[in-house]
Design a protein around this ligand. Structure first.
Ligand code: TXA
Ligand code: MG
Length: 312
Protein backbone atom coordinates (compact mmCIF):
# COMPACT_ATOMS: atom_id res chain seq x y z
CA UNK A 1 0.00 0.00 0.00
CA UNK A 2 1.27 3.47 -0.87
CA UNK A 3 1.22 6.40 1.54
CA UNK A 4 0.60 10.08 0.74
CA UNK A 5 4.11 10.52 -0.69
CA UNK A 6 3.91 7.44 -2.91
CA UNK A 7 6.25 5.26 -0.88
CA UNK A 8 5.40 1.70 -0.01
CA UNK A 9 4.53 1.91 3.69
CA UNK A 10 6.07 -1.47 4.37
CA UNK A 11 9.41 -0.20 3.03
CA UNK A 12 9.26 2.90 5.22
CA UNK A 13 8.28 0.86 8.28
CA UNK A 14 11.14 -1.55 7.64
CA UNK A 15 13.57 1.37 7.28
CA UNK A 16 12.39 2.85 10.58
CA UNK A 17 12.76 -0.51 12.33
CA UNK A 18 16.31 -0.90 11.00
CA UNK A 19 17.32 2.60 12.15
CA UNK A 20 15.85 2.01 15.60
CA UNK A 21 17.70 -1.30 15.85
CA UNK A 22 21.03 0.40 15.06
CA UNK A 23 21.31 -0.70 11.43
CA UNK A 24 22.15 1.21 8.24
CA UNK A 25 19.57 2.48 5.76
CA UNK A 26 20.42 4.37 2.57
CA UNK A 27 17.86 7.06 1.76
CA UNK A 28 17.38 9.82 -0.80
CA UNK A 29 17.85 13.49 -0.07
CA UNK A 30 17.61 16.38 -2.53
CA UNK A 31 21.44 16.47 -2.75
CA UNK A 32 22.73 12.88 -2.85
CA UNK A 33 21.77 9.56 -1.24
CA UNK A 34 22.78 9.33 2.43
CA UNK A 35 23.90 6.30 4.43
CA UNK A 36 21.78 6.76 7.52
CA UNK A 37 21.99 5.57 11.10
CA UNK A 38 20.65 6.53 14.53
CA UNK A 39 22.79 9.54 15.46
CA UNK A 40 22.35 8.84 19.18
CA UNK A 41 23.66 5.25 19.00
CA UNK A 42 27.48 4.98 19.17
CA UNK A 43 27.53 1.50 17.68
CA UNK A 44 25.29 2.48 14.77
CA UNK A 45 27.50 5.51 14.05
CA UNK A 46 30.60 3.31 14.17
CA UNK A 47 28.97 1.00 11.59
CA UNK A 48 28.81 3.91 9.14
CA UNK A 49 32.56 4.52 9.36
CA UNK A 50 33.11 0.79 8.90
CA UNK A 51 30.79 0.40 5.90
CA UNK A 52 32.26 3.39 4.06
CA UNK A 53 35.85 2.73 5.17
CA UNK A 54 35.76 6.36 6.24
CA UNK A 55 38.63 7.83 8.28
CA UNK A 56 37.49 8.37 11.86
CA UNK A 57 38.74 11.96 11.91
CA UNK A 58 36.11 12.94 9.32
CA UNK A 59 32.89 13.87 11.15
CA UNK A 60 29.31 13.25 9.97
CA UNK A 61 26.29 15.48 9.39
CA UNK A 62 23.29 14.94 11.71
CA UNK A 63 19.97 15.36 9.90
CA UNK A 64 16.88 16.71 11.68
CA UNK A 65 13.37 17.65 10.57
CA UNK A 66 13.34 21.29 11.64
CA UNK A 67 15.22 24.04 13.38
CA UNK A 68 13.54 23.44 16.77
CA UNK A 69 15.01 19.96 16.83
CA UNK A 70 18.36 21.45 15.93
CA UNK A 71 18.25 23.79 18.95
CA UNK A 72 18.54 20.79 21.26
CA UNK A 73 21.78 19.75 19.57
CA UNK A 74 23.71 22.94 18.86
CA UNK A 75 24.08 26.57 19.85
CA UNK A 76 22.70 28.96 17.24
CA UNK A 77 24.42 32.33 16.87
CA UNK A 78 22.36 35.00 15.07
CA UNK A 79 23.86 34.26 11.66
CA UNK A 80 22.92 30.58 12.04
CA UNK A 81 19.32 31.49 12.82
CA UNK A 82 19.19 33.69 9.75
CA UNK A 83 20.57 30.99 7.46
CA UNK A 84 18.40 28.22 8.90
CA UNK A 85 15.26 30.37 8.58
CA UNK A 86 16.07 31.14 4.96
CA UNK A 87 17.49 27.87 3.62
CA UNK A 88 16.14 24.94 5.68
CA UNK A 89 14.93 22.54 4.47
CA UNK A 90 17.59 22.61 1.78
CA UNK A 91 21.17 21.91 0.67
CA UNK A 92 22.92 23.81 3.47
CA UNK A 93 24.82 22.28 6.40
CA UNK A 94 25.70 24.43 9.40
CA UNK A 95 28.70 23.64 11.61
CA UNK A 96 27.92 24.94 15.11
CA UNK A 97 29.07 24.53 18.71
CA UNK A 98 27.61 21.37 20.26
CA UNK A 99 24.95 22.09 22.82
CA UNK A 100 25.61 20.87 26.38
CA UNK A 101 23.78 17.54 26.60
CA UNK A 102 23.68 17.12 22.82
CA UNK A 103 22.27 13.63 22.20
CA UNK A 104 24.32 12.97 19.07
CA UNK A 105 27.17 10.49 19.47
CA UNK A 106 30.60 12.12 19.94
CA UNK A 107 31.87 9.73 17.28
CA UNK A 108 29.77 11.60 14.74
CA UNK A 109 31.62 14.81 15.67
CA UNK A 110 34.95 12.94 15.40
CA UNK A 111 35.84 14.26 18.84
CA UNK A 112 35.36 17.92 17.86
CA UNK A 113 33.38 20.36 20.06
CA UNK A 114 31.26 21.18 17.00
CA UNK A 115 28.43 19.47 15.16
CA UNK A 116 27.24 19.65 11.54
CA UNK A 117 23.44 19.91 11.12
CA UNK A 118 21.11 19.88 8.16
CA UNK A 119 17.37 19.69 7.40
CA UNK A 120 17.08 17.85 4.08
CA UNK A 121 14.39 18.75 1.58
CA UNK A 122 13.05 15.36 0.62
CA UNK A 123 9.80 13.79 1.84
CA UNK A 124 11.30 10.32 2.34
CA UNK A 125 14.26 11.69 4.32
CA UNK A 126 12.02 13.84 6.50
CA UNK A 127 9.59 10.98 7.11
CA UNK A 128 12.41 8.60 8.05
CA UNK A 129 13.86 11.07 10.58
CA UNK A 130 10.46 12.04 11.99
CA UNK A 131 9.14 8.51 12.37
CA UNK A 132 12.41 7.15 13.76
CA UNK A 133 12.10 9.79 16.46
CA UNK A 134 15.78 10.71 16.50
CA UNK A 135 18.36 12.60 14.46
CA UNK A 136 19.95 10.57 11.69
CA UNK A 137 23.62 10.84 10.78
CA UNK A 138 24.25 10.35 7.10
CA UNK A 139 27.33 10.76 4.97
CA UNK A 140 26.96 10.31 1.24
CA UNK A 141 26.23 6.61 0.61
CA UNK A 142 29.43 5.74 -1.28
CA UNK A 143 32.69 4.06 -0.27
CA UNK A 144 34.99 6.79 1.12
CA UNK A 145 36.78 8.70 -1.64
CA UNK A 146 34.55 7.49 -4.47
CA UNK A 147 31.89 9.21 -6.57
CA UNK A 148 28.78 10.17 -4.60
CA UNK A 149 25.48 8.39 -5.37
CA UNK A 150 22.52 10.18 -6.93
CA UNK A 151 20.42 7.05 -7.58
CA UNK A 152 19.57 3.90 -5.61
CA UNK A 153 21.54 1.88 -8.19
CA UNK A 154 24.70 3.88 -7.45
CA UNK A 155 24.31 2.98 -3.77
CA UNK A 156 23.82 -0.69 -4.61
CA UNK A 157 26.92 -0.72 -6.85
CA UNK A 158 29.08 1.04 -4.27
CA UNK A 159 28.01 -0.44 -0.95
CA UNK A 160 26.17 -3.65 -1.87
CA UNK A 161 25.52 -5.88 1.13
CA UNK A 162 26.93 -3.35 3.57
CA UNK A 163 23.62 -1.52 3.70
CA UNK A 164 20.59 -3.32 5.15
CA UNK A 165 18.16 -1.48 2.90
CA UNK A 166 17.89 1.29 0.31
CA UNK A 167 14.85 3.56 0.19
CA UNK A 168 14.47 4.40 -3.49
CA UNK A 169 13.31 7.94 -4.23
CA UNK A 170 14.54 8.14 -7.82
CA UNK A 171 17.34 10.49 -8.93
CA UNK A 172 18.36 13.34 -6.60
CA UNK A 173 17.17 16.76 -7.78
CA UNK A 174 20.25 18.82 -6.81
CA UNK A 175 22.91 16.17 -7.41
CA UNK A 176 25.72 17.80 -5.38
CA UNK A 177 26.25 17.55 -1.63
CA UNK A 178 25.13 20.36 0.64
CA UNK A 179 27.15 23.54 1.05
CA UNK A 180 28.92 23.42 4.45
CA UNK A 181 29.20 26.71 6.37
CA UNK A 182 30.88 26.95 9.74
CA UNK A 183 29.71 29.49 12.34
CA UNK A 184 32.18 28.70 15.10
CA UNK A 185 33.80 32.11 15.31
CA UNK A 186 32.94 35.64 14.21
CA UNK A 187 33.57 34.93 10.55
CA UNK A 188 31.13 32.69 8.66
CA UNK A 189 33.30 30.26 6.70
CA UNK A 190 32.67 28.18 3.60
CA UNK A 191 34.05 24.69 4.36
CA UNK A 192 32.61 22.98 1.28
CA UNK A 193 31.05 24.47 -1.83
CA UNK A 194 27.85 22.62 -2.62
CA UNK A 195 24.27 22.65 -3.80
CA UNK A 196 23.51 26.11 -2.40
CA UNK A 197 25.60 28.72 -4.26
CA UNK A 198 27.92 30.94 -2.21
CA UNK A 199 26.41 34.21 -3.45
CA UNK A 200 22.93 33.29 -2.14
CA UNK A 201 24.40 32.79 1.34
CA UNK A 202 26.48 35.98 1.17
CA UNK A 203 23.42 37.97 0.07
CA UNK A 204 21.40 36.80 3.06
CA UNK A 205 24.25 37.37 5.55
CA UNK A 206 25.20 40.69 4.02
CA UNK A 207 28.87 39.72 4.12
CA UNK A 208 31.42 37.56 2.33
CA UNK A 209 32.14 34.01 3.43
CA UNK A 210 35.72 33.44 4.57
CA UNK A 211 37.77 30.37 3.74
CA UNK A 212 38.29 27.62 6.33
CA UNK A 213 40.34 28.60 9.37
CA UNK A 214 43.76 26.98 9.48
CA UNK A 215 44.13 23.63 11.11
CA UNK A 216 42.48 20.25 10.70
CA UNK A 217 39.91 20.98 13.40
CA UNK A 218 38.02 23.37 11.19
CA UNK A 219 37.71 21.57 7.87
CA UNK A 220 38.43 17.95 8.65
CA UNK A 221 36.82 16.52 5.53
CA UNK A 222 38.65 18.43 2.87
CA UNK A 223 40.73 15.60 1.45
CA UNK A 224 42.48 16.44 -1.81
CA UNK A 225 41.47 13.20 -3.56
CA UNK A 226 37.77 12.47 -3.35
CA UNK A 227 34.86 11.66 -5.67
CA UNK A 228 37.37 9.65 -7.64
CA UNK A 229 36.32 7.49 -10.59
CA UNK A 230 38.56 4.57 -11.57
CA UNK A 231 39.59 6.53 -14.66
CA UNK A 232 42.11 9.38 -14.66
CA UNK A 233 40.64 12.82 -15.36
CA UNK A 234 41.63 15.63 -17.71
CA UNK A 235 39.87 18.89 -16.81
CA UNK A 236 39.15 22.07 -18.78
CA UNK A 237 39.46 20.21 -22.09
CA UNK A 238 38.96 22.66 -24.96
CA UNK A 239 39.59 19.97 -27.60
CA UNK A 240 38.73 16.29 -27.52
CA UNK A 241 41.52 13.77 -28.05
CA UNK A 242 41.28 10.25 -29.45
CA UNK A 243 40.70 7.40 -27.05
CA UNK A 244 39.41 9.39 -24.07
CA UNK A 245 35.88 9.33 -22.70
CA UNK A 246 34.22 12.74 -23.00
CA UNK A 247 32.05 14.79 -20.70
CA UNK A 248 30.74 17.86 -22.46
CA UNK A 249 29.27 21.13 -21.28
CA UNK A 250 27.42 23.71 -23.35
CA UNK A 251 28.90 24.10 -26.87
CA UNK A 252 31.88 21.85 -26.05
CA UNK A 253 29.66 18.94 -26.97
CA UNK A 254 29.92 15.15 -26.53
CA UNK A 255 27.41 12.27 -26.39
CA UNK A 256 27.28 12.86 -22.63
CA UNK A 257 26.85 16.57 -21.99
CA UNK A 258 26.32 18.00 -18.47
CA UNK A 259 24.07 20.66 -19.99
CA UNK A 260 23.84 21.50 -23.68
CA UNK A 261 22.18 24.81 -22.83
CA UNK A 262 24.98 25.67 -20.39
CA UNK A 263 22.65 25.53 -17.37
CA UNK A 264 24.64 24.96 -14.16
CA UNK A 265 21.66 23.61 -12.19
CA UNK A 266 21.19 20.91 -14.82
CA UNK A 267 24.94 20.28 -14.90
CA UNK A 268 25.06 19.78 -11.12
CA UNK A 269 22.18 17.32 -11.24
CA UNK A 270 23.93 15.32 -13.99
CA UNK A 271 27.52 15.42 -12.73
CA UNK A 272 27.82 12.32 -10.54
CA UNK A 273 25.45 10.18 -12.65
CA UNK A 274 27.46 10.93 -15.80
CA UNK A 275 30.78 10.27 -14.05
CA UNK A 276 29.37 6.93 -12.82
CA UNK A 277 28.25 6.14 -16.37
CA UNK A 278 31.58 7.01 -18.05
CA UNK A 279 33.52 5.17 -15.38
CA UNK A 280 31.29 2.12 -15.86
CA UNK A 281 32.26 2.07 -19.53
CA UNK A 282 35.82 1.31 -18.40
CA UNK A 283 37.55 4.37 -19.91
CA UNK A 284 41.16 4.94 -18.83
CA UNK A 285 40.80 8.71 -19.14
CA UNK A 286 37.80 11.02 -18.84
CA UNK A 287 38.13 14.49 -20.38
CA UNK A 288 35.78 17.19 -19.10
CA UNK A 289 34.83 20.46 -20.79
CA UNK A 290 35.48 23.73 -18.90
CA UNK A 291 32.74 24.74 -16.45
CA UNK A 292 32.34 28.44 -15.54
CA UNK A 293 33.42 29.02 -11.94
CA UNK A 294 30.30 30.95 -10.92
CA UNK A 295 27.26 29.99 -8.85
CA UNK A 296 26.92 26.16 -8.74
CA UNK A 297 29.98 25.98 -11.01
CA UNK A 298 32.13 26.55 -7.91
CA UNK A 299 30.93 23.27 -6.38
CA UNK A 300 31.06 21.40 -9.70
CA UNK A 301 34.68 22.49 -10.22
CA UNK A 302 35.53 21.58 -6.63
CA UNK A 303 34.27 18.01 -7.19
CA UNK A 304 36.06 17.75 -10.54
CA UNK A 305 39.38 18.95 -9.07
CA UNK A 306 39.17 16.39 -6.28
CA UNK A 307 38.19 13.67 -8.75
CA UNK A 308 41.30 14.57 -10.78
CA UNK A 309 43.69 14.87 -7.81
CA UNK A 310 46.46 12.29 -7.34
CA UNK A 311 45.05 9.30 -5.43
CA UNK A 312 46.40 8.38 -2.02
O1 TXA B 1 24.34 16.75 1.01
C1 TXA B 1 24.97 16.26 1.96
O2 TXA B 1 25.58 16.96 2.78
C2 TXA B 1 24.95 14.74 2.08
C3 TXA B 1 23.52 14.28 2.37
C4 TXA B 1 23.42 12.82 2.64
O3 TXA B 1 23.00 15.04 3.44
N1 TXA B 1 25.87 14.31 3.09
C5 TXA B 1 27.21 14.42 2.94
O4 TXA B 1 27.93 13.93 4.00
O5 TXA B 1 27.75 14.90 1.97
P1 TXA B 1 29.50 13.68 3.95
O6 TXA B 1 29.80 12.94 5.19
O7 TXA B 1 29.85 13.01 2.67
O8 TXA B 1 30.12 15.11 4.04
C6 TXA B 1 30.03 15.84 5.25
C7 TXA B 1 30.99 16.99 5.24
C8 TXA B 1 32.43 16.52 5.29
O9 TXA B 1 33.22 17.37 4.47
C9 TXA B 1 32.76 16.71 6.78
O10 TXA B 1 34.13 16.87 7.00
C10 TXA B 1 31.97 17.96 7.10
O11 TXA B 1 30.76 17.80 6.40
N2 TXA B 1 31.71 18.05 8.55
C11 TXA B 1 30.88 17.27 9.28
N3 TXA B 1 30.94 17.62 10.59
C12 TXA B 1 31.81 18.64 10.68
C13 TXA B 1 32.32 19.43 11.76
N4 TXA B 1 31.93 19.23 13.01
N5 TXA B 1 33.22 20.38 11.47
C14 TXA B 1 33.61 20.61 10.19
N6 TXA B 1 33.20 19.89 9.13
C15 TXA B 1 32.30 18.92 9.37
MG1 MG C 1 30.81 12.31 0.88
Amino acid sequence: MLNAIGQDMNDMQRAIDIVRAGGLVAFPTETVYGLGADATNDLAVARIFEAKQRPHFNPLIAHVTDVEEAFALAEFPAAALTLAAKFWPGPLTLVLPRQAGCAVSLLASAGLPSIALRVPQHPLALELIRASGRPIVAPSANPSGKISPTTADHVREGLGEKVAMILDGGPCAVGLESTVVSLLDDAPRLLRAGGLPRDMIEDVLGRKLQGPANGPLHAPGQLASHYAPRAQMRLNATQWQDGEARLGFSAMDAPLNLSRSGNLVEAAANLFAMLHQLDGQGAALIAVAPIPDISLGEAINDRLRRAAAPRA
